[in-house]
Design a protein around this ligand. Structure first.
Ligand SMILES: Cc1ncc(COP(=O)(O)O)c(C=O)c1O
Length: 368
């Protein structure tokens, strides 16, 4: 992680640094395309498919065709919202504290007479009861972040998935604030859709995201884009016949963002090599140390801290200074964090060190 040469980087919930291998693969491919045009395309495609396999593995799946590469999380969620068929009076259940990417695609269905019901945040949590109370016979989708961007609260996916199954509702998960840091088995945990862009915990570049579709989602969501890559016979260019590519692949329409995908793939290889369990364990150990240190230093941890609720995001209240001022002060000391909702948001990844955590703590020490 070249970023470690210059910064204590704990802002992975915003825009993460690319890994060294990710940066190298982009530079190498750019040189190749500049020098040879299409000559290397077939090999680049092999790299793209290897990245798809890596993305599937990160999601606990051995079926790469369940993964489509798209631009970003907002696009992925919009493709899901627009690809379902709606009746006036249907509703979608979400949460009031969501990042806008997981609100507007559903709000935008108002023109079909679809209602968006948002469960409130309660002391930094999205209680399962708040979701359950809003589900009725006309609910078609529950759309929720796995990890909330401002508080770091991690929802119990299996519990909500169970609820969704019982009501025959599609469970759509925005996983951007967890995937790459925490272990997710998408299908086993009952998700129907998982959407996550690569530029946070997956240590990829901007403008590339994964859209994973489970079996129920593939049945219900029509691709909203159509192009040569959408079809099973994608290289049969004089045969005009609608025969969709299987699973998620039918959603890819045309030429892919190969540079973005290769870079993402290189970072995913790094994460998978470290191991999904080991990465999660390390992230939780670092955030645990951080929270403990900050509490002793006089700060309050706002992030819910119960069993299964923690993530890579620690939301912190400093008793003396506003969060924006402190973020600035830390930046001057070479420490990159962010502030959200008036609180410090500190988000270390598996490669950060205990020494770096201790440095952040000592910089935020509340003076007597
Ligand atoms: C929960 C959540 N979803 C989505 C995004 C970003 O969406 P996109 O990939 O469309 O830029 C963010 C970025 O902060 C986020 O925190």
């Amino acid at each position: 992680m070249p970023v470690t040469d210059r910064f204590v980087f704990m802002n992975h919930a915003a825009l993460a640094p690319m890994s060294g291998p990710a940066a190298e693969v982009v530079a190498e491919e750019a040189r190749r395309v500049a020098a040879t045009g299409d000559l290397h395309w077939p090999y680049r495609q092999e790299g793209v498919e290897a990245a798809r396999e890596a993305a599937a593995r990160l999601l606990g799946s051995d079926e790469p065709s369940r993964v489509a590469f798209v631009h970003n999380t907002s696009t992925a969620l919009s493709m899901v919202a627009e690809g379902l068929s709606w009746q006036a009076g249907d509703n979608v259940v979400g949460a009031a504290c969501e990042y806008p990417s997981n609100v507007y695609p559903w709000m935008n269905l108002e023109r079909h007479g679809v209602e968006l019901r948002l469960a409130p945040e309660v002391e930094g949590r999205v209680p399962v009861d708040g979701i359950a109370e809003r589900i009725d016979g006309r609910t078609r989708v529950v759309a929720l972040s796995w990890v909330q961007y401002a508080t770091g609260f991690r929802s119990d996916l299996a519990a909500i998935a169970e609820l969704c199954r019982r009501h025959d509702v599609l469970f759509v998960v925005d996983a951007i604030q967890g995937l790459g840091a925490l272990k997710l088995d998408a299908e086993a945990e009952g998700c129907d859709v998982v959407a996550a862009a690569g530029h946070k915990w997956m240590l990829g570049p901007e403008g590339i995201a994964v859209l994973w579709l489970g079996p129920r989602a593939v049945e219900r969501i029509r691709p909203i884009h159509a192009g040569w890559r959408s079809m099973a016979h994608m290289f049969d260019w004089d045969r005009f016949e609608i025969d969709w590519n299987e699973a998620a692949l039918g959603h890819e329409a045309g030429t892919l963002n190969a540079f973005g995908i290769l870079a993402l793939g290189a970072s995913l290889d790094l994460l998978l090599e470290a191991g999904r369990e080991a990465v999660e364990e390390r992230v939780l150990a670092l955030t645990g140390r951080l929270a403990e240190g900050l509490r002793s230093a006089g700060c309050t941890i706002y992030s819910p801290w119960g069993e299964g609720e923690r993530s890579g995001i620690v939301s912190v209240i400093h008793p003396r200074h506003p969060a924006d001022e402190l973020t600035e002060r830390l930046a001057e000391a070479g420490i990159r964090i962010a502030h959200r909702a008036g609180r410090l948001r500190i988000a270390p990844h598996f490669y950060n060190t205990e020494e770096e955590v201790d440095r952040v703590v000592s910089t935020l020490q509340v003076s007597p």
